[in-house]
Design a protein around this ligand. Structure first.
Ligand code: CP3
Length: 343
């Protein structure tokens, strides 16, 4: 057993209660976060300033009492350090003004990007020093597919038209890009682990854009490669996979990793039936339930009574929204701790 309940749960060990953390737990719903972001000037500056990034990483631990901190950064710092200019535009979101188009654009990508992400490793070192020993620190990356989608579309998209035209008309281009990202991401996670994270999560937020065969070919196979690289070198570090919106493909999920992140649209009992023996499950309260105590109660009852504090980490089924009342988030954390301890 480790001294971290979150880590024990990742490896399927029996814990006194179900640990909980929340995707996007550091963010705009906290006035303390807004104050630090203001001081930094903007979001990207905040990611680049280890002292301030560490401060916002720790805020939800103190305020909500969650069992794990997630490194404060963004998945898009990786393509940014591979040489792509990145802007975060208020009210719009992230943007790469010059998305990838040509073979030259691919060749120009900087494969030494993981060496330039030193501000992330600095943040990790500060957090790990200040974080209580019984709390885990989670590092993360975007999946190759999700990062590639941003790099090709240049911004968020509803139709994924540009990137999907590419995978059907020029799959070799896409595979070349995904291979490059797989190398860079593996090195990036290794360096996060060397700096002190206790677990890593791979976010595949845009998995839902793909039909079944394309999901495995262009996303999951690459995620598994990264997970297996990490597990071969660091078997004691849990790897969490979060492919969002693929409830129809659960029977195809394979690979050496520890925890499967269940999104809110996947019934937890379905995930348990298909994957619960093989992987620990993380999830999956619908994030919008956080706006009503009654909705929290019903959602938590269903999840806790299905998982029964076995092979389960509680989380939302996607990120927290910016206008949330923190008291409801605290209510959720306390309820999960207390209700799950009865099993
Ligand atoms: O979870 C956490 O608390 C840790 C930090 C974290 C952020 N982004 C901070 C952030 C993590 C793990 C991410 C991952 C991320 N970033 C993903 C994958 C997870 C997911 O939500 O699916 C994606 C797709 C991104 C890309 C991204 N970054 C988008 C689309 C946006 C805009 C979102 C919006 O609502 O405006 C961001 C910006 C961002 N990343 C914010 C935060 C707290 C908001 C920035 C601000 O303060 O204005």
């Amino acid at each position: 057993m480790s001294n971290k309940i979150f880590i024990d749960a990742c490896f399927g060990k029996k814990t006194p209660y179900t640990p909980i953390w929340m995707m996007r737990q550091a963010g705009r719903y906290l006035s303390e976060y807004m104050a630090v972001r203001e001081k930094a000037g903007n979001f990207l500056n905040l990611c680049h300033a280890p002292d301030m990034a560490a401060e916002v990483t720790l805020q939800p631990i103190d305020i909500l009492g969650v069992d794990a901190a997630i490194l404060f950064s963004d998945i898009l710092v990786v393509p940014n350090e591979m040489g792509m200019e990145l802007e975060f535009i208020k009210g719009f979101g992230p943007k790469f003004p010059q998305p990838l188009k040509t073979d030259e654009d691919l060749d120009a990508l900087d494969m030494s990007a993981s060496n330039k992400l030193t501000y992330v490793y600095e943040t990790i070192k500060i957090v790990r020093k200040e974080l209580a020993d019984d709390k885990a620190l989670i590092g993360f990356t975007g999946s190759p597919w999700t990062l590639a989608t941003y790099m090709i579309e240049g911004q968020g998209t509803k139709t994924y038209a540009v990137v999907k035209k590419l995978i059907y008309s020029n799959p070799d281009y896409m595979h070349k890009l995904l291979d490059k990202l797989t190398v860079v991401i593996t090195e990036y996670l290794e360096k996060q682990i060397e700096a002190g994270v206790d677990a890593v999560q791979i976010f595949d937020s845009w998995a839902s854009a793909l039909e079944r065969d394309a999901f495995f070919e262009f996303s999951w196979d690459y995620m598994v490669k990264i997970a297996e690289n990490i597990k071969a070198k660091y078997p004691h570090i849990p790897v969490i996979m979060f492919p969002k919106g693929i409830s129809g493909f659960l029977d195809g999920i394979y690979g050496n990793f520890d925890v499967f992140g269940v999104d809110w649209a996947t019934p937890i009992e379905l995930a348990k039936e298909k994957l619960g023996d093989k992987y620990v499950l993380q999830g999956n309260l619908e994030p919008t339930r956080l706006y009503s105590r009654d909705a929290i109660d019903k959602g938590v009852d269903h999840i806790i009574n299905t998982m029964k504090n076995e092979r389960h980490i509680f989380n939302l089924g996607h990120g927290m929204l910016p206008d949330l009342d923190r008291n409801n988030a605290k209510y959720l954390v306390d309820k999960v701790h207390s209700d799950s301890s009865k099993f």
